[in-house]
Design a protein around this ligand. Structure first.
Ligand SMILES: NC(=O)c1ccc[n+]([C@@H]2O[C@H](COP(=O)([O-])OP(=O)(O)OC[C@H]3O[C@@H](n4cnc5c(N)ncnc54)[C@H](OP(=O)(O)O)[C@@H]3O)[C@@H](O)[C@H]2O)c1
Length: 269
């Protein structure tokens, strides 16, 4: 059954750029109210102003998702301002590239803090509100590398797999209720992600040669998931076969990922 979207309130983390920004704009176009969260308040305000100019409602809240107090304040401010929360999109994240030896301990800890703990804090802040309302939708933007690891992103992929463990456990706990939990598994998406990844990494790699998609394609898939809740969302249709292939033939999948995935700069065969 299709869920009506108009009048519903969503929080989108990582809404200053890329997939989060596209999702917030797409939600607003469907009549949803959005609270936009990220560290760069000026960028959030530009998105909020564009939504308001289009007749929508949006609130910009400066948030570092790795800081639990910030995430609690984000949820509290959304409730104070709009009086309800229907959808929490845990999207904020970044990557680190290179072989494991080039992953510094500091970078690995920050990956866990932002990608995993940021998701954990947001889920833990939203769920009591959903339980009280008897309904709600938690959406976590993981990655296709959370369903099957890829070369030269071992630290990043580990955090994306950790999100999958959280998603599946919560979904099992909440089975039979009207609280939905969904995982989103994008392939390479044209956003600022690659530039941020280079800046956060000690070594650069060659970009993967597998399939690509736009942030708007991922956002449209997230909107469809809110309208028609489903457990797993693969915005690139063919990519849902990857976990299946990995289950049936892991070594064949290793070779496929080796061929299509990232390569060190001096090994661009
Ligand atoms: N692009 C891809 O190829 C791809 C593929 C699969 C999955 N994903 C996932 O999609 C999500 C969005 O990535 P994207 O491609 O849209 O990248 P992006 O364009 O770099 O956007 C990342 C967003 O996350 C925010 N962010 C980063 N660290 C944050 C923090 N500590 N607290 C709050 N916000 C933070 C950034 O805002 P501020 O810098 O202003 O804080 C920005 O709004 C990520 O979880 C990523 O892992 C991306």
């Amino acid at each position: 059954m299709s869920e009506p979207l108009a009048g519903r309130v969503a929080i989108v983390t990582g809404a200053s750029a890329g997939i989060g920004r596209a999702t917030a704009v797409a939600f607003a176009r469907c009549g949803m109210t959005v609270a936009l969260a990220a560290r760069r308040l000026d960028r959030l305000q530009v998105v909020a102003d564009a939504i308001a100019a289009d007749g929508g409602r949006a609130l910009a809240v400066q948030t570092d998702v790795a800081a639990e107090a910030d995430v609690r304040a984000l949820v509290a401010r959304t409730m104070e301002t709009y009086g309800r929360l229907d959808v929490m999109v845990c999207n904020a994240g970044f990557g680190v590239e290179g072989p494991i030896e080039a992953h510094t301990t500091e970078a690995m800890r920050r990956l866990l803090d932002v990608n995993y703990m940021g998701t954990f804090f947001a889920a833990r802040a939203a769920l009591p509100i959903f339980r009280q309302a008897g309904r709600g939708h938690l959406i976590v933007v993981s990655s296709i590398v959370g369903r099957r690891g890829a070369p030269y992103v071992c630290g990043y992929a580990a955090t994306k797999c950790a999100q999958v463990g959280l998603i599946e456990s919560l979904r099992a706990e909440l089975a039979g209720t009207a609280i939905r939990v969904s995982g989103v598994y994008p392939v390479s998406t044209e956003t600022e992600f690659a530039d941020v990844m280079h800046a956060a990494s000690a070594l650069e790699t060659q970009r993967p040669t597998g399939p690509h998609q736009s942030a708007e394609t991922v956002a449209a898939a997230i909107v469809r998931c809110v309208r028609h809740p489903r457990p797993d969302v693969y915005p690139h249709a063919g990519s849902r076969l990857l976990p299946l292939l990995n289950w049936m033939a892991p070594q064949v999948t290793d070779r496929l990922m080796h061929r299509l995935g990232r390569k060190p700069r001096d090994d661009a065969r």
